[in-house]
Design a protein around this ligand. Structure first.
Ligand SMILES: [Fe+2]
Length: 144
């Protein structure tokens, strides 16, 4: 029997691909707005604008991005308390929600930092940061 946190985590991981697989019906701007402000934000996953039930945990779960040359650096300012409470993964998606890159963390030795090659991409990217207790957080990043 899965505990409630594991069920929520699995639900979130299973729901996002369903949305992403049907998102071709929307324009890029509609996709952007829908993901950041739509009904799934704040309930299935969380964003800066819609942190939902985790609003008091926003600053420790929203990924911080920095672009240096052709690389996107992501930091989630979150504790890595072994396997009790940690950031499981960072995922970078292009504007059509194809996975560009991902980094799975080992909470026994890693901090929640990842570096991704974004050569050849323009416009918007999306970053997901996944906490083992506080679900999936999504944040867009504009690149030129
Ligand atoms: Fe957390």
């Amino acid at each position: 029997m899965l505990d409630i946190n594991k069920r929520k985590f699995l639900f979130c991981c299973c729901s996002l691909p369903i949305y992403f697989s049907t998102s071709y019906l929307l324009s890029d701007n509609e996709n952007f707005d829908y993901l950041v402000k739509g009904p799934l934000a704040g309930s299935i996953y969380y964003t800066k604008k819609k942190p939902g039930r985790w609003k008091n945990l926003l600053t420790s779960h929203i990924p911080i991005m920095q672009i240096k040359s052709n690389f996107l650096e992501i930091t989630t300012p979150h504790e890595m308390r072994g396997f009790e409470h940690f950031i499981h993964k960072h995922i970078v998606l292009d504007k059509s929600f194809n996975i560009i890159s991902e980094k799975i963390f080992d909470p026994s030795k890693d901090r929640a930092y990842s570096k991704h090659d974004i050569s050849g991409y323009s416009n918007s990217l999306f970053v997901m940061s996944i906490c083992n207790l506080h679900d999936t957080w999504l944040e867009p990043v504009k690149i030129s």
